[in-house]
Design a protein around this ligand. Structure first.
Ligand SMILES: [Zn+2]
Length: 554
């Protein structure tokens, strides 16, 4: 494979202690390599990066880009794609597609790469949806992809938790993850989706019982977090707690984190879990970021992504079926409910976040508070929970807000007055540095995911590199990288896509003992509506399969 030299750029590589230092990067065979000993050596191609900012490719720790929920949203929202400017025509070797809050598959890859993002994780795939999602990953070029597998409402898991048989929980997690070729484990409203599906209403507390299974959300999430750790997965349990989006839910978020005290975990789209007030008095809602961020600041094993809300039209999609139902009723918009037998549920509904709407404006402020109140940027990751809070295409705008208090104040000034009284955003003067932006958009998410070859530019790292023209308009700077390199190949040049290699699928390779597999597949054969032979995926079903194991400590 050919070699590449990115010469003389301002390298921002916080994982290797490099905040902003002029230097050369050498690339060979898709990896960062040491500079050749011979000072006269020339690469096959040299990018003159003098004056430009050089960062690792972006890593999205929490997004929704494939599988049944995403396709339900595409089908549900033809109105988003009717205008000529929403259609991307086929050009050169690139495929046609549509944009909008839920872009089509190829377009998703093009748009991520166009932003300088080279890795994206879909955070909510049920095991039964994995075959479809992997097929679709094959149609999302330019980014390396991984999926988190939903287990918090899976019958086989709930049964094992009820039995109090931890070894069985662990074996079941390994079997589900291996069968779906997933990367990590996700719990969404653990037990609560199952309860709602059975007509039992909403689970509100961590010690409520799930009918039929007689287990509590607390038991489920603790068992899953322990299993993830004992299996040595690269990424800790990724969880979405109870009462998502409801006033007063901050106390449940805190209790959920306390339930996992001492264990590694990642709390997803934490903005949606940080509301004061109470369900009976929604008008009392306020920002409750401070006590939650304090918990994160004082507990090292805890990481979060934000789920920032930005103003505009988007589509909500959540494996939290009850929340999808609640939102659709509240907003009176169309709604799609998807039941995944024995495994999970899902709700999809359009939403428009309006700056004149007090609740939406408060959500915007709460997200920014999270970025500014978590002291260690390594433990708070950029996300809009695409497309729930906004499209991932809003990241440059979020970055601009983080780097500029004046810009935040200007926006705050035009929002409903109550937002200023009910959130502490106006008092926060912190402004992110370029290195901190590199942490929350690439180095941090890579570390949170346990991807030791991502998010940095040290020797041996994947040669995923984004090169920006410095610009006082940070939004423009981060929206239009000058060059993007994926696996050593220059895929964006002069702001234009030049090629679209497929990207890899990252998964966790696990051993499952044959007895466990036979036992669990026998159960599937008895209870499920499909033949168990269709359940298990093989590595051949993946596009560019790449097994990842947990980085060694130190
Ligand atoms: Zn999500």
């Amino acid at each position: 494979m050919s070699s590449l030299c990115i010469a003389g750029g301002r390298v921002v590589d916080p994982a290797n202690g490099v905040e902003d230092r002029v230097g050369d990067l050498w690339v060979r065979d898709g990896r960062i390599v040491a500079a050749p000993a011979d000072p006269d050596a020339r690469a096959d191609r040299t990018i003159d990066a003098r004056g430009y900012v050089v960062m690792p490719g972006g890593v999205d720790v929490h997004s929704h880009i494939a599988g049944s929920k995403v396709n339900a949203a595409r089908i549900m929202r033809p109105e988003e794609r009717r205008d000529e400017d929403r259609v991307m025509r086929r050009w050169r070797d690139f495929r046609s597609g549509t944009i909008g809050s839920v872009p089509s598959s190829f377009t998703t890859g093009y748009q991520y790469a166009g932003l300088g993002y080279t890795t994206a994780v879909d955070a909510a795939i049920p095991p039964l949806g994995a075959r479809h999602a992997h097929a679709e990953f094959g149609d999302v070029p330019l980014v390396d992809k991984a999926m988190l597998i939903l287990m918090g409402n899976n019958h086989a898991i709930l049964d094992a938790v009820r039995e109090g048989d931890f070894a069985r929980v662990e074996r079941t997690v390994a079997w589900l993850l291996d069968s779906s070729k997933g990367f990590g484990v996700k719990a969404v409203n653990p037990g609560g989706v199952e309860q709602w599906k059975q007509g039992g209403g909403r689970i509100a507390g961590w010690d409520d019982r799930v009918d039929h299974f007689d287990v509590s959300p607390r038991q489920i999430v603790v068992a899953l977090a322990k299993a993830v750790d004992s299996l040595g997965l690269p990424h800790p349990l990724h969880f979405h707690g109870l009462n998502l989006g409801l006033p007063g839910n901050w106390a449940h978020a805190l209790e959920g984190m306390q339930a996992l005290d001492g264990l590694r975990f990642h709390l997803a789209h934490v903005q949606f879990h940080s509301y004061g007030g109470s369900p009976d008095h929604p008008e009392d809602i306020d920002a409750k970021v401070e006590p939650l961020a304090d918990y994160v600041n004082t507990h090292e094993g805890v990481t979060v992504d934000v789920g920032q809300v930005m103003f505009g039209e988007t589509t909500s999609m959540t494996a939290d079926g009850p929340t999808g139902h609640y939102l659709a009723n509240l907003l009176g918009r169309k709604w799609y409910n998807h039941d995944v037998e024995q495994e999970d549920g899902c709700g999809v509904s359009p939403i428009e976040y309006q700056d004149k709407n007090f609740i939406h404006a408060l959500q915007w402020a709460i997200g920014l508070e999270w970025f500014l109140r978590v002291e260690d940027p390594w433990r708070v990751a950029m996300s809009t929970d695409h497309p729930n809070g906004a499209s991932f295409r809003s990241y440059p705008e979020v970055i601009a807000l983080l780097m500029d208090k004046n810009l935040r104040d200007e926006t705050l000034a035009r929002l409903p007055e109550r937002v200023r009284a009910r959130s502490g955003l106006g008092d926060l003067s912190r402004e992110y540095t370029l290195a901190e932006i590199a942490v929350v958009t690439r180095a941090g998410p890579a570390r949170i995911l346990g991807l030791s070859h991502k998010g940095h530019l040290g020797i041996g790292a994947d040669a995923d590199v984004t090169i920006y023209a410095p610009d006082d308009d940070r939004r423009r700077m981060f929206a239009l990288p000058r060059w993007v390199v994926k696996g050593g190949e220059v895929v964006v040049d002069d702001g234009e896509l030049r090629s679209a290699p497929g990207g890899r699928t990252l998964f966790s390779a696990l051993d499952v003992d044959p007895e466990t597999r036979a036992d669990l597949e026998r159960r599937l054969a008895e209870e499920a509506s499909f033949h168990p032979a269709n359940f298990r995926l093989s590595v051949d079903d993946l596009a560019g399969p790449h097994a990842v194991s947990r980085p060694k400590p130190g």
